[in-house]
Design a protein around this ligand. Structure first.
Ligand code: NAG
Ligand code: MG
Length: 451
């Protein structure tokens, strides 16, 4: 009993209540600090972001220095992105484009969207000219400009050949039979470019061809303020006077029609309809033909297929998987298929019929032949005139002059001769639209300028 009383065990037992009080005290302090900490965190979160449920991970700097966090809802694109700092990716596919680059860089420099907010991504493919060298030279000059406001954001150049399906002459590229394979290859090139160049912090993507001659420096803002997922301007091209001064250029922007759907249903599942060729008459309302030079440039038209000369798209459209089909998607490929796919995904696809940018005038082989013929014709006429003088002298010198009789008889004799022989063959490629407009009771399907 005594031994028990004097045992160290008993002595230690007597200290236990004191230690428990200490633990309790430390516990209360810890819980108090925790509550204060949480309160401070909530207050600062509310003050800083207005969003207490927002997840902001903090990485241990020693173990995760390279880790970057993006909240993707910050990059959805605003209608006034130039005020909000929306970063935009400019995607430019290039093929034998050295000649067009000086003009393109002139347009880049003139752009009013803040240059630092524009990242440039180029894809150079299948070029036999010095596209790459010319591109690098222009980029170096641009980024070395004395005016820092000229400097663009991040610049990336990618190179990849896809193989030449056909030549690069205008008629080679625009002939009907070449269109299917050509468009599918273009689609692949675009997909490579956007999938390697698009970053999480891009809010917008702007696709632009380099062979645009005239375009407003405010093109990005002009398209962006419509706040659509996908939007394109109207694209025309100037023509020489003898061809009528101007012409719709991009016939890939159109609205679906019953005729188009019927045609699509009648075709093999791998067929690709290419708009703008008589081989496929679809009776679709084309954005290009609905232009009124005096119309409101902000008028919108709902589209199904779009052309690729100048497309502004919200970046999340690509992030969520829309792309340029390199196969028949609803019987369409590339940019036309992209329009169809975006519609299918529930996105708005819009064209501006009265807002026009101008593609360069690129003479077709037919035009070139005609120009050659005109030059030959001129020398022929000059030769004929000098010969005529020679003949006149000979006639006057001693022959019976029957020239007046001939002048009278000639129209009678030649009356039934086909005078069109030898003159330029004109392919009327877009005749369906004229017929469409000529129908007094026809109505543009779903075209509502107020939309
Ligand atoms: C850029 O702007 C200048 C000055 O307004 C103009 O002279 C020039 O033609 C523009 N460049 C292009 C490529 O349009
Ligand atoms: Mg072009």
């Amino acid at each position: 009993m005594e031994a028990q009383l004097g045992s160290p065990k008993l002595f230690r037992h007597s200290t236990k209540p004191h230690k428990q009080r200490n633990y309790l005290y430390v516990g209360f302090v810890a819980v108090g600090l925790l509550i204060i900490g949480i309160a401070v965190y909530i207050v600062s979160a509310v003050l800083q972001t207005g969003d207490i449920f927002r997840y902001t991970p903090s990485f241990d700097p020693s173990s995760a220095q390279e880790t970057v966090f993006y909240d993707l809802k910050d990059y959805m694109g605003h209608s006034d992105g130039w005020y909000r700092g929306d970063q935009i990716l400019i995607c430019v596919p290039l093929r034998d484009a050295a000649d067009h680059l000086p003009m393109f860089f002139g347009h880049l420099r003139n752009m009013t969207y803040p240059h630092a907010l524009m990242d440039l991504a180029f894809l150079v493919s299948d070029s036999s000219d010095d596209t790459m060298g010319t591109l690098k030279q222009h980029l170096e000059e641009l980024q070395a400009d004395k005016d820092p406001n000229m400097h663009f954001g991040q610049i990336e150049i990618y190179e990849k050949d896809f193989g030449q399906v056909i030549g690069q002459g205008f008629s080679d590229r625009h002939g009907f039979a070449a269109q299917g394979p050509r468009r599918q290859m273009m689609a692949r090139a675009r997909n490579w470019l956007s999938s390697v160049a698009l970053k999480p912090y891009h809010s917008w993507v702007y696709w632009r061809d380099v062979d645009v001659e005239t375009v407003a420096p405010t093109i990005i803002e002009d398209l962006m303020h419509h706040d659509k997922e996908v939007i394109v301007p109207n694209v025309w091209r100037p023509l020489p006077e003898w061809l009528g001064n101007q012409q719709p250029y991009d016939l890939n922007s159109w609205q679906e029609s019953d005729g188009g759907l019927q045609l699509a249903n009648s075709l093999d599942e791998n067929a690709v309809i290419v708009e703008g060729y008589v081989e496929y008459a679809t009776w679709r309302p084309h954005l290009a033909y609905l232009r009124d030079p005096y119309g409101d440039p902000d008028t919108e038209m709902v589209l199904d297929g779009i052309g690729g000369v100048s497309i502004l798209s919200k970046a999340f459209v690509f992030k969520s998987g829309a792309h340029f089909p390199a196969f028949a998607f609803e019987k369409h490929a590339e940019t036309e298929g992209f329009g169809k796919m975006c519609k299918r995904m529930g996105y708005s696809v819009i064209g501006l019929p009265h807002y026009v940018i101008w593609h360069i005038y690129e003479p077709s082989n037919d035009d070139l032949k005609h120009m050659e013929w005109m030059a030959q014709e001129e020398t022929r006429q000059q030769r004929e005139q000098s010969q005529q003088k020679q003949y006149d002298r000979v006639y006057q010198a001693g022959f019976l002059d029957v020239k007046e009789n001939w002048d009278e008889e000639k129209p009678m004799i030649l009356r039934n001769t086909d005078s069109s022989r030898g003159s330029r063959k004109i392919d009327v490629v877009w005749e369906d639209v004229d017929t469409f407009n000529a129908q007094p009771n026809s109505k543009l399907a779903d075209f509502d300028p107020a939309v």
